[in-house]
Design a protein around this ligand. Structure first.
Ligand SMILES: [Zn+2]
Ligand SMILES: [Zn+2]
Length: 345
């Protein structure tokens, strides 16, 4: 086992055009607790949140909390070593890690199966333990088994985009023939369409780009609709064609889109916000529910893997070598990535 590993290290925040990630040789992570596993990373997805974190947009939210860091929180790889107390896994198993790499497992949130809300949660990729490298260690409690038949570049995006999409659909309380509209069809939205279809919902996809809607249609969306900034025109057309919806899910990080989503659901309906932003013009009289959602639990992650395998969920990816991480982030910033970019070390 090598003593060192190559990592894309972030030491100073800055625009991705300035190549803030530097390919650096750092000490390889080693098993430090008896319940930990050592993973050789095969693939790591590139999430929009890395773009915001690296460029300093989320500095006031405390992200990243310290520097230097190794970003990346959609990690899949093969177990190379296990600690003495590990019982869930064996050497050679393929596993993945979500943005949640630790929690106390002892507080009210953790006991309720909402460990992603734990005050003591540890986040993947906000210390030197991130996915833009060759090795990572994690407690066996926070790794999820990936079937050997599932390709790593397919599985990696399930660990943030996939679980986020799944949890957002769950928050919309899906059931057969429920009319759900999804705003924003990218890395997360394209999976949400499919999870909602698995539940039997009638799904309408909304995006600024026709090519995203063509993808949505292929993935099973019943209806597609081009987003327009003129809200009144857009809502009139939407209502004339489809009527109001039972629920809306918002993945586009734009406050006007959230406002439009609130107006496109029926009285008493639900609006799920899976993005960072404000909630404009909320009218209490209509008895609508606005719900936030954030990744998901370890149980949700297992469900995502099972459903994706059983229903052959399509994950649209493009792969790049690890050392091209800066270029990939620039492409992401310029909307040149179709669904999900995945780095291969
Ligand atoms: Zn993410
Ligand atoms: Zn806890």
């Amino acid at each position: 086992m090598p003593e060192k590993m190559l990592a894309m290290v972030l030491s100073e925040l800055g625009p991705v055009e300035s190549n803030p990630l530097k390919l650096t040789e750092i000490d390889r992570h080693k098993i430090e607790k008896p319940n930990e596993i050592l993973i050789k990373i095969e693939a790591c997805g590139v999430c929009h949140s890395q773009l915001h974190g690296i460029e300093g947009d989320w500095k006031e939210l405390g992200i990243p909390p310290t520097l230097p860091t190794v970003p990346g929180h959609e990690v899949v790889g093969i177990i190379k070593e296990i600690g003495d107390d590990v019982t869930k896994f064996r050497i050679g198993d393929r596993v993945g890690i979500t943005p949640l790499m630790g929690a106390c497992l002892n507080c009210q949130y953790c006991n309720d199966g909402k460990e992603y809300l734990c005050e003591k949660m540890e986040v993947t990729g906000e210390s030197l333990k991130g996915g833009y490298t060759e090795y990572i260690t994690v407690s066996e409690d926070f790794a999820t088994k990936v079937p050997q038949s599932m390709k790593p570049e397919y599985a990696a995006p399930l660990f943030c985009a996939g679980i986020t999409a799944y949890k957002a659909v769950k928050a919309a309380e899906p059931r057969k023939n429920k009319k759900i509209v999804i705003f924003g069809i990218g890395g997360v939205g394209h999976m949400a369409i499919q999870f909602a279809k698995v539940e039997g919902c009638e799904v309408t996809a909304v995006s600024r780009k026709q090519k995203h809607l063509d993808v949505a249609k292929k993935l099973g969306a019943d209806n597609t609709f081009v987003y327009r900034a003129e809200q009144e025109v857009f809502l009139n057309e939407l209502i004339q064609n489809y009527g109001l919806f039972d629920a809306a899910i918002v993945f586009a990080p734009v406050d006007e889109v959230t406002d439009t989503a609130i107006k496109s659901v029926k009285k008493g309906g639900t609006i799920v916000i899976a993005t960072v932003g404000k909630i404009p013009n909320f009218l209490a009289f209509e008895e609508k529910t606005v719900r936030g959602t954030l990744i998901g639990s370890r149980k949700d992650m297992q469900d995502v893997i099972e459903i994706s395998e059983k229903h052959d969920i399509h994950v649209i990816t493009e792969t790049f070598p690890l050392k091209q991480a800066n270029d990939v982030l620039q492409k992401l910033k310029n909307s040149e990535i179709e669904a999900r970019a995945v780095l291969i070390p």
